[in-house]
Write a protein that binds this ligand. Sequence first.
Ligand SMILES: [Zn+2]
Length: 403
Amino acid sequence: MYYKDIPGYEDIKRRLIYSVEAGRISHAQLFAGVNGSGALALALAHARYIFCHQRGPDDACGHCPSCHKFDALAHPDLHFIYPVAKKKGASGDDDESGEDNKGSDGTRSSEYIDAWRKAIQNQGGFISYDEWMEKAGLAGKRGMIYTADAIEIIRNLAYKSVEGSYKILIIWLPEFFQEKTSNRLLKSLEEPPEKTIFIMVSHNRESLLPTILSRCQSIAIPAMTQAQTRELLIKELKISGEEATTLAMIAEGDFALARKLHENAGATGEFFNAFRNWMRFCFKTDYNPNPSEPLKLPVIAQITDFFKALPPEGQKQFLLYAQKMLRNSFVYPIEEGDLVKASKEEKEFAKNFNRFISPENLTSVTQAFEEAIYWLVRNGSPQMIFTSLTISLMELFRQPIRK
Ligand SMILES: [Zn+2]
């Protein structure tokens, strides 16, 4: 991961580079950004830059011995801790209390270092907590950073660096610290071992102890914009600009989610097709998207099946996508400066659908969607929620509209 691999964030990159050039690297830094933001990617690029033997003005060189070791995430002075969980059968397995007395020995991040390196190399530093737990073979487990893990690494940091320069410890998601871990860490933050840099990457800054926060130089990493996400999707997944636009719009800047949607279902095309058929059904209940063949199953049953098969997050995203598409239809052909352009098919839909959306029914349609999402995130039955929303939409679209 280099700075150049991360779209945008120019101010932050400049600030980090300057701190290295000026020899003013803070020994305790906190990169705070939401899930799916570039927080970890920036931390990795920053660490690489600090280690690089032939730094350029904008990025690490990519060919010095240090950069080569970094490519494999095997630089001897680079350390990580991240949430892990006990493997099945270990003592204190499924420890729900989170108390130190139960898991005091805990599991070390180092036991998962191979999975971690592979995950970071494949996901390029844009990895969500759920993705990590899945890659580590720990899906469904409760992740934690055990006190023993942190203590061991901090103890190792007391030794001189292998390469004679800095030692860097990246702590990914300190919000998963076991209760006592924060207190143990405080001492090291107050009196850091020589030439040691702590970089914490948090998705939930508010949950960290004020005593930790006050000892760190905090850098707020904003969520990625749709444009940043789009650029990264095209680069990383080698997908078309149109698909990237739709994915970025659905995921609202969360790159990890956009990538997941892409991997799961080729979501964009499916979202659009399902949405278009759904809307047509609302007008014409015997609508047949493929008139050359008789309809085996009513369109609504097909779309309901599609909806039910999505993961919970995907169901919510589908409704948000549909809502956004209807809003686009209403504003068509106005395109505000910041609105990322829709795909050709989506624009065509917006153009045709514009005549069915009025200010009056848009308000009611929006309310119907909001209500559906409200129940969905509260674990209502997806099928019932979807059916009830469909009935509301049918009624709303059939009311005469004034233009
Ligand atoms: Zn280098």
